[in-house]
Ligand binder design. Structure first.
Ligand code: SF4
Length: 530
């Protein structure tokens, strides 16, 4: 059967998080873009159950056939390195390995156990597997001793880990893992790559808690005892696939002298395992190289292609004005810039060094104006960005199917009245090309889509926002400026399509009513009360 993979059109994605709610899958990863946080599929970890496709939006396509185009990776081999001094085995050496289910964490424990066996040492491996296929935490307890008879318990007791091998920082920083470590006894090596935790699937705005996790791991092991490395990013850049991350971490730990095993035995265990032998050996060696000279390895890996350049107020506004010109026309973009400039002048007059209100309006007003109707979704599939994104990720011959719920023609669930997504073939692209050329009809009497409840609500929101901003500017003071920013940014929380968007509109409007009361009657500040 032809292999199938889900793919998200990033430009169409609204970042609403409905796909996460529907699938509870952390292979849907956040993708920070100049237009806010969107979603992408981590193809390395995707288990292809396609539950994400049920997210209510037109962003998903299924790619049938083709192959994943791997980043080129680095052609040069990792450097030859001297073997480090091994830790002593006076007593059994406890290693706690943590990671996310489905990423090969269990294999790492098995490889270390096999390497110990090959060296005539004793080893035990105990896996505690949570929701292994669905992003649950996986913890392996590995004990290595001079001889098999020296191992009397397989489970590592509280404070008994000599090494915490964190293949994922979230699971490494969890309370159950940290119960196994002890200050001045445990060393930790941790992959700090941002792999979003399961909570992200339910909270689309969740910030990745890396700083807190680093702090809690460092506190638990001692300030000099924890080393962090973005193994996920380095493995992807160096090897072309994040699946090399865990063996990279094994190499990283090994070169720090934290594994009581030889490199030969580990590499022989990789060979016996028999899967992607050369790839896994290279991942191990790059991990060793990173422990030896991290800066050199980071340099070899180059920059993250998705790192965003810092933006200025001008670039935020200009980018959006250009997009609105493409969305509809220049007059539409002028409507945007005129209001934003009015806000900028009023804010400067009220608080000369502030810009937060201008920034909020620049982003939120754009969000409302660029509502994703049929013409816009069609444009975002046919303006070249989607094709370029697909070509970056997929190679060879493939065809697409689309998952759409067009309001005019779609079927509705008889119980909820909600539109049902249906699969459409590749001929949809021809329809998209035609539709995108008809965007001039938008909002005119000849617009067949203009009368649906969703489109009417979107147009109403634009007018209401312009009135809200006018009201904010009319009463703006240094005291209510912060609340004005919060109100002005509210449309950024209006996301998604159909019933998902409808629910977010209701929430945003309720919040606006509350904040408006506070705006007109701000609580006295400490200064004002004195
Ligand atoms: S629009 Fe919402 S449901 Fe669709 S891909 Fe983006 S976050 Fe997921």
């Amino acid at each position: 059967m032809t292999e199938q993979k889900p793919f998200i059109n990033e430009a169409v994605c609204e970042g609403c998080g409905d796909c996460g709610v529907k699938s509870n899958c952390v292979s849907i990863i956040p993708r920070e873009t100049p237009f806010g946080r969107k979603r992408a599929i981590d193809q390395s970890s995707c288990n292809k159950d396609f539950s994400c496709v049920n997210g209510f939006c037109p962003s998903f396509v299924t790619v049938h056939g083709g192959t994943l185009r791997k980043p080129a990776g680095i052609t040069s081999a990792p450097p030859e390195l001297p073997a480090p001094e091994m830790p002593d085995l006076e007593e059994p050496y406890g290693i706690v390995i943590t990671g996310i289910g489905g990423t090969g964490v269990v294999t790492i424990g098995a490889l270390l156990g096999m390497a110990a066996h090959l060296e005539g040492k004793g080893a035990s491996v105990l896996d505690q597997i949570g929701l292994a296929q669905k992003n649950g935490a996986v913890v392996s307890h590995v004990r290595i001793a001079k001889a098999p008879e020296a191992i009397h318990a397989v489970r590592i007791a509280a404070g008994g880990a000599r090494l915490l091998l964190g293949c994922d920082i979230v699971t490494a920083g969890g309370p159950e893992t940290l119960a196994k470590v002890r200050t001045d006894y445990t060393r930790a090596v941790v992959n700090c790559h941002e792999t979003m935790i399961a909570d992200f699937t339910q909270n689309p705005d969740l910030a990745f808690p890396e700083a807190d996790l680093r702090a809690v791991i460092t506190d638990s092991c001692g300030p000099e005892a924890a080393a962090f490395v973005d193994a996920g990013q380095l493995a992807a850049a160096l090897m072309g696939d994040t699946i090399g991350t865990n063996l990279f971490m094994v190499g990283f730990a090994y070169q720090f002298g934290l594994l009581p095993l030889s490199a030969d035995a580990i590499e022989r265990a990789i060979e016996i395992n028999g899967t992607a032998v050369e790839f896994n050996k290279q991942a191990f060696q790059w991990g060793r190289a990173a422990a030896h000279d991290l800066a050199a390895v980071e340099h070899a890996a180059g920059r993250d292609e998705h790192a965003l350049e810092p933006e200025t107020a001008e670039s935020v506004i200009a980018r959006r004005a250009d997009e609105l010109t493409a969305y509809h026309d220049e007059a539409y973009a002028r409507r945007y810039t005129t209001l934003v400039e009015r806000v900028r002048a009023a804010e400067a007059a009220c608080l000369p060094r502030a810009s937060a209100l201008t920034d909020a309006v620049a982003r939120a007003y754009f969000k409302l104006l660029a509502y994703k109707d049929e013409y816009e979704v069609a444009r975002l599939y046919t303006d070249g960005r989607f094709a370029a994104d697909l070509a970056r990720q997929f190679d060879g011959d493939f065809r697409l199917t689309f998952h759409l719920a067009p309001p005019l023609f779609g079927r509705r669930d008889p119980e909820t009245g909600q539109l049902i997504k249906q699969e459409y073939g590749g001929s949809v692209m021809a329809a998209f090309r035609l539709l995108s050329r008809l965007k001039g009809l938008r909002g005119t009497p000849f617009d067949p889509f203009a009368h649906t409840a969703e489109r009417r609500a979107e147009r109403r929101l634009i007018g209401a926002y312009e009135d809200t901003v006018a009201a904010l500017l009319a009463s703006l003071t240094p005291e209510n400026h912060a609340i004005a920013c919060e109100i002005a940014a509210l449309p950024l929380s209006i996301r998604g399509f159909g019933h998902v968007k409808e629910a977010s509109i209701a929430e945003a409007e309720a919040r606006e009513a509350e904040l408006m009361r506070a705006f007109h009657h701000p609580a006295p500040t400490a200064d004002a009360a004195e």
